[in-house]
Design a protein. Sequence first.
Length: 80
Amino acid sequence: MHPPTCLAIRVDPANPDHHLWRNHRTWWIHYFVHEGNRKRRVRRSLGTGDLAAARAARDALFAAMRANAEAGNPRAEAVA
């Protein structure tokens, strides 16, 4: 069980596209949010067909989530 302010993002250094998948021509991100003893899958469009832009958007999203968690926000995944 993860405390609400704990952020754990698993990254596979051997796979630069970890958390990304392409649906038709658009890149999407997926990750899980742990809420007590439950987990919720989050899937969001990155709004781009360019892989480099998708990687940058993923990295920016995760950096914002980390900053939110470090600031003590109990909903660290709630990043616009």
